[in-house]
Write a protein that binds this ligand. Structure first.
Ligand code: C5P
Length: 205
């Protein structure tokens, strides 16, 4: 197989990366695209950095096992299948699946820090930044963290103000200017999605 085309999808937390990817990926045939998300490379809870109030901070670049993430992407790039235990966020009762990342003509690398790490950013053939207004991201995050990740409101608001926003300003937003495409997602992203989908299709022989 020839070298895959690697696309990085980034943006602040709750900017809409997952929805964008769901809509993008379901239109490809099985085996055409491999998605490898940064979320599955969070360090275990006991190794997570804490803030000065003793609250785990999942928003520092150090909260990710970046070396393993980069190594796995390079393996996939070289045609090797990679296995990784799913990360189950705040759900200790959820039994994690073993994820299988099978090399494909298009590889999607997704997460809040994929443009931040130079070693990773250098692997990307296309960089996409999903952008949304702050109040929209906060609104999405409140709903998602309650429904999908089981956090209470005080916790969500504290972490948004103390961890998520400072991280966005320091480690995510400055790299927006390195992106090839910035997709505004305040209402919908349908036209940009269509353009990117067609571009990626052209990369599959
Ligand atoms: O899907 P998204 O890009 O929003 O995922 C990144 C976010 O996941 C980070 O902002 C981090 O605060 C959050 N996170 C969490 N609980 C964890 C690990 C990460 O809320 N256990």
């Amino acid at each position: 197989m020839s070298k895959p085309f690697i696309v990085g999808i980034t943006g602040g937390s709750a900017s809409g990366k997952t929805l964008f990817l769901d809509k993008l990926l379901h239109t490809f045939e099985p085996g055409q695209v491999c998605l490898i998300s940064q979320d599955n490379y969070y360090r275990p809870r006991h190794l997570q950095p804490m803030d000065d109030k003793g609250v785990h901070n999942f928003d520092t670049p150090n909260s990710i096992d970046f070396a393993q993430y980069a190594e796995d992407i390079k393996k996939i790039q070289q045609g090797e299948t990679v296995y990784r235990q799913e990360y189950t966020f705040n759900n200790p009762n959820k039994k994690p699946k073993i994820l299988e990342f099978v090399p494909a003509p298009v590889v999607v690398v997704e997460g809040i820090f994929v443009l931040y790490y130079p070693e990773l950013a250098d692997l990307l053939d296309l960089k996409v930044f999903i952008d949304a207004k702050e109040y929209i991201k906060l609104k999405r995050r409140i709903v998602r963290d309650k429904v999908e990740r089981g956090y209470d409101l005080d916790d969500v608001l504290y972490r948004y103000e103390m961890h998520v926003m400072p991280t966005y300003e320091k480690y995510i937003e400055p790299f927006k200017h390195d992106a090839d495409i910035i997709v505004p997602n305040n209402h919908n992203f349908d036209r940009a999605l269509d353009l990117i989908r067609n571009y990626l299709r052209s990369k599959i022989k």
